[in-house]
Structure formats: structure tokens, C-alpha cells
Design a protein around this ligand. Structure first.
Ligand code: SF4
Length: 228
């Protein structure tokens, strides 16, 4: 188990490594385009901490009591990323959530993200090489999603003892001190879903991150400590 401040440093390093890796891709996303900004974005309570601090500093915590943050009658997200990958690796089929809420994210103001500096990784990874508002689908380079999913798994692994769920529901729960009631417990990494033809793209991202030094230890060493 590692401390929360270290977890936040590791999360910042991960965001950094991902941004450097994704920079060369020719994505067309720009400010004002918010097609992917829905209430179905998922995250961990580690990422939620950063959002809670950001809202508190801006005196915006009261936003979380608005009706837009009330959880749905039936919890939307039920299988964490690591639990999903583990089930696939065991050869089990995993039922996808049927009730994703595709209404706009409550943090969207004038088609712009109002928590942009602290948006969770689930928002950072969404990108498209074609305007998805036109095609209705995000176009990503082969292997991009595999790399992003590996990083989602690292974040969940780091948040040992934390919760995972939709951002909207988890924040509502965190605001009342009941995050565990709105999310699933985070799980450790048991493997990855990276196809052989995706490795050439994904491995440089993982290598860059795993060898990064934070407070005298590499990211890889911190990952081991997170669940020891
Ligand atoms: S947090 Fe920001 S980037 Fe993420 S879905 Fe909401 S408005 Fe979009």
C-alpha cells in the first residue's frame, strides 16, 4: 500500500507519459467539440480525489448536490477495467452494461470542460482522427486503445482500497462520504489485452512510464508496492 500523495504523483506521471505518447497522433479533437462528454465516463476514486480538491479550491463543491449528480436507480458501471480484463484472460464472457447514460456530462459548460486540468483518464484517452460528430464513431489508430487500456489498468491497480465507477456517481458518493456505495472495489492487474500486432505501438508507452523515477523508485517498483 502506498500513500495518497505518492499515488497522486504517480497519476501525474502517467498522465504526462500518455500525453507525450499520444501527441504525434493526428487527432482532430479541439476545444468546443464535446461529443464524447457523457455521464458514462468512468474513473477511480484516486482521480476523484483530484476533482474534489479542484472543486473545493474553486468553491464549487455544492455543484455535486445538484440533481445532475444523483446516481441512476441502477448502478451503470459494474465491472472494473481490471476485473473485465481478468475475466477475458480466464476465457469468461463479460456482460457489458446496458444502461450507459449518454446525456451530457454535468461538467460540460458552453461545450467546454469546466474541470479540464483534473479530468480523469477516461476523458483524456477519448480522441478521434475523424470528426466523430459527423461519423458517429471515434476513429483511433490500431493499438491506441490497447495502450490507453493498459494505463487505465495501472491507475486502478494503484488505487488499492479505492472504488471504481462512473465519474458522476462516484463523485456524488465521495461528496457524502459514501464512495464505496456507488462504485465497485478496485482490482489488481492480472494481465493485459494487447494483441501481438499492437505491441510495437504500446511497448514504448509502457517502457517510458515503467522506467520513470518518482521519489527514488521507478513507476514499476511503485506498482509492485501498491498491492504488496
Ligand atoms: S469531465 Fe470534462 S472532459 Fe470529461 S466528460 Fe466531463 S466535460 Fe468532458
Amino acid at each position: 500500500m502506498i500513500t495518497r500523495p505518492i499515488q497522486h504523483l504517480l497519476l501525474a506521471a502517467l498522465y504526462d507519459a500518455f500525453a507525450e505518447w499520444a501527441d504525434p497522433f493526428a487527432f482532430v479533437c479541439s476545444k468546443g467539440c464535446a461529443t464524447c462528454c457523457t455521464r458514462s465516463v468512468t474513473m477511480t476514486s484516486l482521480e476523484g480525489d483530484g476533482i474534489m480538491d479542484f472543486l473545493a479550491e474553486a468553491d464549487r463543491r455544492s455543484e455535486l448536490t445538484a440533481p445532475a449528480f444523483q446516481p441512476a436507480a441502477k448502478q451503470m458501471a459494474q465491472v472494473t477495467t481490471n476485473a473485465f480484463v481478468a475475466a477475458h484472460l480466464r476465457g469468461e464472457s463479460v456482460e457489458e452494461a446496458e444502461n450507459w447514460d449518454l446525456r451530457p456530462c454535468p461538467f460540460l459548460k458552453d461545450a467546454t470542460c469546466s474541470i479540464y486540468p483534473v479530468r480523469p483518464f477516461g476523458c483524456r484517452l477519448f480522441a478521434s482522427q475523424d470528426p466523430c460528430a459527423v461519423s458517429g464513431m471515434a476513429e483511433m489508430p490500431p493499438g491506441y486503445l490497447a495502450g490507453a487500456t493498459a494505463l487505465l489498468q495501472y491507475i486502478e491497480h494503484l488505487d488499492n482500497g479505492g472504488s471504481w465507477g462512473t465519474m458522476v456517481e462516484l463523485l456524488a458518493g465521495m461528496n457524502t462520504g459514501q464512495a464505496a456505495g456507488y462504485g465497485e472495489p478496485t482490482a489488481p492487474i492480472s494481465g493485459f489485452l494487447i494483441a501481438p500486432d499492437e505491441r510495437a505501438l504500446v511497448e514504448p508507452l509502457l517502457q517510458r512510464l515503467l522506467t520513470r523515477e518518482i521519489k527514488g523508485q521507478t513507476f514499476a517498483q511503485w506498482l509492485q508496492l501498491a498491492r504488496s
